[in-house]
Design a protein around this ligand. Structure first.
Ligand SMILES: [Zn+2]
Length: 407
């Protein structure tokens, strides 16, 4: 008897959990990650599924012949952001195994192969690039780029993979494996509270907003906090502070999102006027022109405020992910399959968060199911989904697998 949803959940719950914060620190290729991977392999074995690890370290568990092609694939990731919640990622993997069990319990006979996948290093918490496993597979990240990634201790991605027992020489595009995938459906806890305000425990994704990261270097002149008169200062901190406020205005008026969540200050002394304030902007919007306008407006504000303080600012775009529109036919089919069996409305909603499904969408028809998150909080130990909503998510995913794989 394979483990139930509740048993699987309980097994994963303590892995990588930090006693102080209560959050998860499951970073790629660390001990906590290895424990999660061992768990995945055990779940595959307990169900008699064919287990494999692909060249990029993603784990697969197959019901049916992997080589037959046109597979229905579901899953998510098991790694976490620093002090992340229990649901982001694992809910999709645990629900995938539970849905497979649900399929068997219904006596459904798949006519297509069905697979569960765990994509490696989705959050990018260790090496700074998100969705490494799926980006490598689809060619969005080259092996050369991956080789240049380092963690905070200077360990490179290939070194980390090797230390975890994987062959970093093998990483790269995996067209052969992707060619086996007919569709990919990722179930994920909602990151936001769209469903929280509805009577629906499960929704279907329409699109992933375009998003990017920009580094702002506000430069001024370091000086003594006790002897430098206010009018003699070239202080980059007020310019930065005014830019944060401007970013909030620009984003709010465009219905977009702008966040300065990371900052480094030099020399970083309590009694020193700073010489440099380096700040990172994360910006997202429903479409690329809107995003471009918002970031442009924030940049203009930054330049004005920097000049006013006698300093200057430089901008570097560190990453950019274009809009992802999930395959409309697959999305509509998911809505139809759920509406046929479930008593609730099936909302179709966009998200500002990146996912492996968004990366895979460039190569295979991809779709997402979101499970209601009553507070909308994510990437935090407070991230939550109710137990009955998780059960509804498994039911919905089972409906989807039955509808797609058993006809
Ligand atoms: Zn996630």
């Amino acid at each position: 008897m394979p483990a139930s949803f509740g048993e699987m959940w309980a097994e994963l719950l303590p892995v990588g959990r930090h006693a102080g914060s209560g959050g998860y620190r499951r970073y790629a290729w660390t001990g906590a990650d290895a424990e999660c991977r061992d768990w995945f392999r055990e779940q595959a074995a307990a169900r008699g599924l064919a287990y494999e690890v692909d060249r990029n370290g993603n784990q697969w568990a197959w019901l049916g012949d992997p080589a037959a092609g046109d597979a229905v694939v579901t899953g998510s990731h098991l790694d976490s952001v620093p002090d992340g919640g229990a649901f982001d990622g694992p809910l999709g993997v645990v629900s995938a195994f539970a849905a497979l069990d649900g399929l068997r319990a219904r006596g459904a006979r798949p006519t297509r192969p069905v697979a569960v996948v765990n994509f490696g290093d989705e959050e990018g918490a260790r090496f700074g690039v998100a969705c490494v496993g799926s980006r490598l597979a689809t060619g969005r990240l080259t092996p050369e780029q991956a080789a240049g990634l380092r963690d905070a201790d200077g360990v490179s991605l290939p070194q980390a993979m090797e230390r975890a027992g994987y062959d970093p020489a093998a990483i790269g595009p995996d067209d052969e494996r992707l060619a086996r995938v007919g569709v990919f459906v990722e179930l994920h806890v909602e990151q936001g509270r769209h469903l929280g305000d509805t009577a629906s425990p499960v929704g279907v994704a329409s699109a992933i907003w375009p998003h990017g990261r920009w580094r702002f270097d506000f430069r001024g002149e370091a000086n003594h906090a006790g002897t430098t008169r206010m009018e003699h200062r070239r202080d980059p901190m007020p310019a930065y502070a005014a830019t944060v406020l401007a970013a909030r205005e620009h984003a709010a008026s465009a219905g977009a999102l702008a966040t300065f969540g990371k900052l480094s200050v030099a020399p970083n002394g309590v009694n020193a006027v700073p010489s440099l304030v380096r700040a990172w902007l994360d910006a997202r919007a429903a479409d690329e022109p809107t995003l471009g306008r918002v970031v442009g407006a924030i940049e203009r504000s930054a330049r004005e405020h920097a000049a006013r303080e006698g300093g200057e600012v430089e901008l570097v775009r560190e990453s950019f992910t274009p809009v992802v529109d999930f395959a409309p036919a697959l999305r509509d089919e998911l809505v139809r399959l759920l509406a046929a069996r479930q008593p609730y409305e099936v909302p179709v909603l966009p998200t500002g968060a990146g996912h492996d499904a968004g990366i895979l969408a460039a190569k295979v028809p991809a779709a997402m199911l979101f499970v209601r998150n009553p507070t909308g909080v994510s990437h935090s130990p407070a991230e939550h989904a109710r137990e009955d909503d998780c059960v509804a998510g498994v039911e919905a995913l089972t409906d989807v697998l039955a509808g797609l794989a058993c006809r």
